[in-house]
Design a protein around this ligand. Sequence first.
Ligand code: NAD
Length: 229
Amino acid sequence: MRALVTGGTRGIGLAVCRLLSERGEKVTALYSSDEAAAERARQLLPAVEFLRADVSNEEAVKKVFTRFSSLDHLVNNAGIPLYAQVQDTTLSAWERVMAVNAGGTFLCCKHAVKKMLGRGGTIVNISSVWGEEGGSCESAYSASKGAVIAFTKALARELAPAGITVNCVTPGVIDTAMNGHLSEEEKRALAEEIPLGRFGTPEEVARAVLFLLDNSYVTGQVLGVNGGF
Ligand code: NAD
């Protein structure tokens, strides 16, 4: 099996790469700019190919796809946060979060589908609980993740006749670098709001991704991995 995971050097993406690689899939993973994380990931998972490519840049995405003659699994996980009140959000910050989170998902799907047509495949997009519920002071991020959910549902219908499934995972609060800005006190307060009483782990999200990659009769679904949040 051939797999592409975007944002594979850290957090949730790294956990997905590890589980796929452990079961023998040939995995390529993309990252943006954190070379230290990429180096750690290369040491940890030597069988995985880690490439620096910005998913919001179509030329860069196209170049990545020239490496594949076929593709079985695509996981659109690359994402960036944006914490700001709406009146403080610049147009360029809005455009960047949309370009990476929603645009990157679109571009990778667009080019992956060309490799899947005629043989089938499975796509999992990583959205967020904020894409379903909306997060205060994260309206641009929430909008970008809501776009991922709508795109997933539409694409699932479009690609079903080709035997390609498209699903979405919506993580709640997961213990990754993306939440590194929170103080210990903020983390405790947030954990208290989660029915299961703690943040999720990257591996718990990765296991949900693998479930969706493996089930050929589930498509167009949004699977929450959020501790009951
Ligand atoms: P992270 O910040 O630890 O890792 C992000 C990864 O994406 C890195 O490998 C980074 O290099 C890559 N990336 C970022 N911009 C990119 C770009 N333009 N092109 C290519 N790669 C790029 O993030 P994480 O916490 O593991 O989150 C992974 C995904 O899950 C994101 O889409 C995020 O929005 C979503 N999510 C995370 C949480 C959470 O609590 N951590 C909650 C809900 C959703």
